[in-house]
Ligand binder design. Structure first.
Ligand code: FES
Length: 138
């Protein structure tokens, strides 16, 4: 059995935030009109290249909030108290820009989100929250 070296990370985890963009049965489809869904995902991937992992995921079981985006903290952000933040009705470019800026600043636990994002935050059920941790399709 080995001893942990002093100063080593307390827990493993991603070194940068993860942005999960729902692209299921409702989010990312014409069921949510007036949104450039492909452009939304492309902008996130381009803007956050090198500072966050952006992935499309299957339905997060919160369709009434579509489009849903979840920002998960980096390992450092989690150690600082950051937790995944679920954002719903992300259907306008301004909200996307605010999310992008926040994640570029470090995301949950590392930077305070712009106050306007409080309008988009929702709390899904525990079952739904726990379902996100293992899901993703790249
Ligand atoms: S399709 Fe996004 S929550 Fe169901």
């Amino acid at each position: 059995m080995s001893r942990r070296t002093r100063g080593a990370p307390a827990a493993p985890g991603p070194s940068r935030p993860t942005v999960s963009v729902c692209r299921g049965c409702c989010c990312g489809t014409p069921k949510i009109p007036g949104v450039d869904h492909a452009g939304q995902l492309a902008r996130l991937r381009t803007s956050l290249d090198g500072c966050a992992t952006v992935r499309a995921v299957e339905c997060l079981d919160a369709c009434e909030h579509g489009n849903v985006i979840v920002v998960q903290p980096s390992a450092e952000g989690r150690r600082a108290g950051g937790r995944p933040v679920w954002l719903g009705l992300v259907n306008d470019p301004d909200a996307l820009a605010d999310i992008t800026t926040w994640v570029q600043d470090g995301g949950p636990g590392a930077a305070d989100p712009p106050a306007i994002l409080e309008l988009y935050v929702f709390t899904p059920s525990r079952r739904v929250r726990e379902g996100l941790e293992g899901g993703g399709r790249g």
